[in-house]
Design a binder for this molecule. Structure first.
Ligand code: CP
Length: 325
């Protein structure tokens, strides 16, 4: 979550999961479960954040993240507005943030193409909470939290589980935050995909950053990486971020790294499939899988609303269990 200062023992911003303890993550996931239960009630809306103003500023396209933040904030009784950023220049984003803060915005949900844009805003704003909804290739913490919640709902304890993340890891903010989050929860993470799209692993991560953290490793050959996996997370091929030819062509990518039924059977009979979306049809995942029995993709989307409710409640001071972030 970066170096964001706390207010009365409560964290003000959510920028990444890199400085989140396992206890903090578990606490958010527990609260996400309570929000999921509440979503099933009629009426689901409660006025806990009545009088709070949440603004979304998305300088990159989004379907899931923006809508789920807005839907979650409304379910909690907050007023919500969307600010068209107009330009992707970071200076302009900071000025917009200051302006929105002066108007009394309590939480600013930001997506930007520049890595670090949300952190920059968080350092500049004295009163408004900043939530990183995806910054360049850096981080997407609420996606990682919803992935963790979805996995935990199905698998229970994540300690010792094996997560294979396959595809364009190098350009994926989803993967970076998932590596932190799943690793902190004790899962071993194996990265697979075209060698040109694999990150460099710093030595302390390969053994886990903390005592109980899972290990992170790279195995470019998916048929080897996937054996024994509990979870397989396919990533979108982000060709818009590639410089030059990072993959040998889509047909070759599909042949070597597409997740299909044969590869899922290598993983094991209980292995589950995830994809953060949006998906390139018939590229990362075979058409037969996304809505099949082993897929968590629809569940991920629904859980997105609950996790964003949990995060907004905590940052804006409406926790149900009193835990400080
Ligand atoms: N996973 C994700 O961030 O999706 P959107 O781009 O649709 O928000």
């Amino acid at each position: 979550m970066g170096t964001a200062p706390a207010v009365n023992g409560r964290r003000r911003h959510l920028l990444d999961l890199d400085d989140c303890s396992r206890g903090e993550i578990e606490s958010i996931l527990d609260e996400t479960g309570r929000m999921r239960d509440r979503m099933a009630l009629q009426p689901a809306r409660v006025p806990e954040l009545s009088g709070k103003l949440v603004a979304t500023v998305f300088a990159e396209a989004s379907t899931r993240t923006r809508v789920s933040f807005e839907a979650g904030a409304k379910m909690l009784g907050a007023d919500v507005m969307h600010q068209d950023p107009g330009t992707e220049r970071v200076e302009s984003l900071v000025n917009q943030g200051r302006t929105l803060q002066a108007m009394g915005v309590d939480a600013l949900v930001v997506r930007h193409s520049a890595s670090g844009a949300s952190g920059l805003l968080a350092r500049e704003l004295e009163r408004t909470s900043v939530v990183n909804a995806g910054d360049g290739t850096h981080a997407h913490p609420t996606q990682a939290l919803l992935d963790l919640h979805t996995a935990r709902e199905r698998l229970g304890e994540l300690q010792g589980r094996r997560l294979v993340i396959v595809g364009d890891v190098l350009h994926s903010r989803v993967a970076r935050s998932a590596i932190w989050g799943f690793g902190r929860m004790g899962a071993d993470v194996v990265l697979s995909g075209p060698p040109a799209l694999m990150p460099e692993l710093v030595p302390e991560r390969t053994g886990g950053a903390g005592r109980d953290d899972g290990r992170v490793s790279i195995e470019p050959d998916l048929d080897r990486a996937i054996v024994g996996a509990d979870l397989v997370m396919a990533l979108r091929l982000q060709t818009e971020r590639h410089q030059g030819s990072a993959v040998p062509g889509v047909r070759e990518y599909v042949r070597r790294w597409q997740v299909n039924a044969a590869r899922m059977s290598l993983a094991g009979p209980q292995a589950l499939l995830m994809h953060p979306g949006p998906m390139n049809d018939m590229v990362e995942v075979d058409d037969a899988l996304p809505y099949g029995a082993r897929s968590l993709i629809t569940e991920q989307v629904t859980n997105g609303i609950a996790v964003r409710m949990a995060v907004l409640r905590r940052l804006l001071g409406a926790t149900s269990d009193g835990d400080a972030l």
